[in-house]
Write a protein that binds this ligand. Structure first.
Ligand SMILES: C[S@@+](CC[C@H](N)C(=O)[O-])C[C@H]1O[C@@H](n2cnc3c(N)ncnc32)[C@H](O)[C@@H]1O
Length: 339
C-alpha cells in the first residue's frame, strides 16, 4: 500500500465501522484493508477506473464536485500535488461534516503536508498532528464552527487569452494546468498557423481546453475530441468550449485508454515530463500507442521542452519529425504517419 494508506492503517480504530469520506484516494487496497463504510471522491480517472471494480458504484464518484454524501462520521483528504486543489477539496468536504466531527489530512512531507495546520485551522481550532511515519503525516481537526456552503463560482477563474487571430475565454479551476493563464509551450504551439488535416482531431491532455478551442476556430473542417485524466480539467474544457461556442466532444481517458478509432490529427502539450530529464518512458509509450489512433497521413503535432529527446522516439514510432516552431525553451514537433 501507499505510504499515506499505511499511516491511515495505523489509526484504523478511528475509522473502523464509521461512515468515512475519502477524497483523492490512492489506487491501492486501503478500502479493503481498513473496514469502514467508505464514500470516495476522486478527480483522477485512472484511480476511478482502478477502484470501480472493487467498490459499489454509489460509493465512488469521479467528478469535479464532491457528491453530497450524508451522515458522515469523518472525512479524510489525501494531500493533492497542488495546494490550491487541497483548499478546493476541503471547502467541499467541511460543509458535509456536522459540528464536532473530525476532518483528517494525510500526505507525504515532500508533498506539502507540512501546510496541514494552515489548511485545517479554517475549520476548527488547534489542528493536531496525530502521527508521523514513512515520510508522511496524519493531521486532524474537529469542525467547531459553521462552514459556508461550497459555491463553485467562487473557485472558478475566467481568463481572457488574446491570440493574434482571436480571443479565447478560458475557464479554470484550482490545480488545472497553468491555472488562469496561457502556458508558454501551448502559446508556441498556437503560433503555428499551418492548418490541420480535415476530419477527427484529438486534443490529448486538454486541460482547460485552450488548444482545441483556438484550433477548432482555425480549422472549421476538423471535429475535435478532448480527453484528460482530471475531472476538473474536463469540466473546465467543457465550459471553455461552451463559452466560445465550439461544438466538440469531451471525455475522460487515462492516456489513450478510452480513445478509439483513427484521427486525422492528434495535438497535445503532453503531460509525460516527470521532471527527470532522461525519463522518456511515458512519452515513448504514448508515441507507440498513438500510431494506432492515427489515420494514414494523420499528423501528430506536439509541443515539448526543447531538452526532451523526443524526435528519435517520434521517428521510430510515427515518421519523420519536423520542428515547426522553437524558442529558447520549447519546440513544436510535427510527424505524419505513413500513407
Ligand atoms: C501540460 S498539460 C496541457 C493542458 C492543455 N492542453 C494546455 O495546453 O493548456 C497536460 C494535461 O495532461 C493531463 N494528463 C496527465 N496525465 C494524463 C493521462 N494519463 N491521460 C490523459 N491526460 C493526462 C493533465 O491533467 C493536463 O491537463
Amino acid at each position: 500500500m501507499d505510504n499515506t494508506s499505511q499511516i491511515l492503517e495505523r489509526s484504523a480504530e478511528a475509522f473502523a465501522g464509521q461512515r468515512v469520506l475519502l477524497v483523492n484516494p490512492v489506487l491501492d487496497s486501503l478500502c479493503n484493508v481498513l473496514q469502514a463504510k467508505w464514500r470516495l471522491w476522486t478527480w483522477d480517472f485512472a484511480v476511478w477506473r482502478g477502484l470501480s471494480t472493487s467498490l459499489e458504484a454509489d460509493a465512488l464518484a469521479f467528478s469535479h464536485l464532491c457528491p453530497e454524501y450524508e451522515e458522515l462520521d469523518a472525512a479524510i483528504l489525501v494531500m493533492p500535488k497542488a495546494i490550491e486543489r487541497a483548499e478546493y477539496a476541503l471547502a467541499q468536504m467541511a460543509p458535509l461534516l456536522a459540528a464536532g466531527k473530525p476532518l483528517f489530512l494525510v500526505g507525504e512531507k515532500k508533498g506539502g503536508i507540512t501546510r496541514a495546520e494552515r489548511l485545517l485551522e479554517r475549520y476548527g481550532a488547534a489542528p493536531e498532528k496525530l502521527d508521523s511515519a514513512r515520510h508522511c503525516q496524519l493531521w486532524r481537526v474537529q469542525i467547531d464552527r459553521p462552514v459556508p456552503a461550497f459555491d463553485l463560482a467562487e473557485w472558478t477563474r475566467h481568463v481572457v487569452i488574446e491570440l493574434p487571430d482571436q480571443t479565447v475565454e478560458l475557464v479554470s479551476l484550482p490545480g488545472v494546468f497553468s491555472h488562469g493563464r496561457l502556458d508558454e509551450g501551448s502559446e508556441l504551439l498556437l503560433e503555428e498557423t499551418a492548418s490541420l488535416p480535415r476530419g477527427r482531431v484529438l486534443d490529448f491532455g486538454c486541460g482547460a481546453g485552450v488548444l482545441a478551442t483556438a484550433l477548432a476556430r482555425r480549422n472549421p473542417d476538423a471535429r475535435f475530441e478532448l480527453v484528460d485524466v482530471d475531472a476538473l480539467a474536463l469540466y473546465c474544457a467543457q465550459e471553455t468550449l461552451r463559452l466560445n461556442s465550439i461544438d466538440a466532444d469531451v471525455y475522460a481517458s487515462d492516456g489513450l485508454s478510452e480513445v478509439h478509432g483513427r484521427y486525422a490529427a492528434v495535438v497535445s502539450n503532453p503531460p509525460f515530463h516527470t521532471g527527470i530529464r532522461h525519463d522518456t518512458s511515458i512519452a515513448e509509450g504514448f508515441f507507440n500507442q498513438v500510431t494506432r489512433n492515427l489515420l494514414p497521413k494523420g499528423e501528430l503535432r506536439i509541443v515539448a521542452n526543447g531538452f526532451l529527446r523526443y524526435p528519435p522516439l517520434i521517428e521510430s514510432h510515427i515518421g519523420p519529425c519536423e520542428v515547426l516552431r522553437e524558442n529558447t525553451r520549447f519546440k513544436v514537433y510535427s510527424a505524419v504517419a505513413p500513407g
